[in-house]
Design a protein around this ligand. Structure first.
Ligand code: HEC
Ligand code: HEC
Ligand code: HEC
Length: 110
């Protein structure tokens, strides 16, 4: 029993360290979603599940407001980021893995 408690204790600790390693940035970020309403993006969940920052940040910088900035400067088009979100959710769903929303009103809230 003592052994079991130690093992459980260690895995809780390593989870806590993983949390620290991936803790850059806000837990969740509200993105401007235009007419259908803003999108609340669970950033920390994606950092923890996907691990690879570049899956998203090769498209835009690790800065608050970087998507809007890139759209304003013409580096990104409106909905480029959205397409990236939906493409990945569709692909992971097709593989039968836990995935995210693909329906408009599941992401956009008024
Ligand atoms: C699934 C996509 C995705 C992944 C993976 C991801 N991010 Fe982000 N990140 C975003 C989005 C979207 C924003 C918001 C950009 C904006 O405000 O325009 C953001 C913003 C940020 C910001 C600035 C906002 C803040 O809260 O400070 C930092 C720092 C950041 N990310 C760091 C990281 C790091 C480090 C990783 C890898 C461990 C990572 N991100 C992985 C999508 C992602
Ligand atoms: C996985 C989440 C997600 C889903 C599903 C989604 N969107 Fe989005 N949408 C976003 C994000 C994030 C943005 C803001 C970033 C961008 O412009 O790429 C956005 C931006 C938009 C914009 C604003 C573009 C502009 O004018 O600035 C419109 C309009 C839009 N979405 C419509 C839709 C419609 C219609 C659907 C359903 C067919 C849909 N979205 C499904 C996440 C989503
Ligand atoms: C590279 C793949 C990938 C990208 C890009 C991605 N997601 Fe996800 N998303 C996932 C996966 C995988 C999950 C399921 C995580 C889990 O619950 O295990 C998920 C889950 C979600 C959820 C549900 C969270 C919950 O609490 O159940 C939302 C909302 C979401 N994503 C929004 C977004 C938005 C908005 C974007 C774009 C800014 C985005 N995602 C980009 C892979 C991705």
């Amino acid at each position: 029993m003592v052994k079991k408690a130690i093992v459980v204790g260690c895995s809780v600790l390593s989870l806590a360290f993983a949390g620290v390693a991936f803790a850059a940035g806000a837990e969740s970020i509200v993105l401007k979603g235009g007419a259908p309403g803003n999108v609340t993006f669970p950033h920390k969940l994606h950092q923890e599940k996907l691990k690879d920052c570049n899956l998203c940040h090769k498209m835009f910088a690790k800065e608050a407001g970087s998507i809007e900035k890139d759209i304003a400067s013409g580096k990104m088009k409106k909905k480029d980021a959205m397409k990236m979100c939906i493409d990945c959710h569709k692909a992971t769903k097709a593989k039968g893995q836990p995935s995210g929303p693909t329906g408009c009103s599941e992401c956009h809230k008024k």
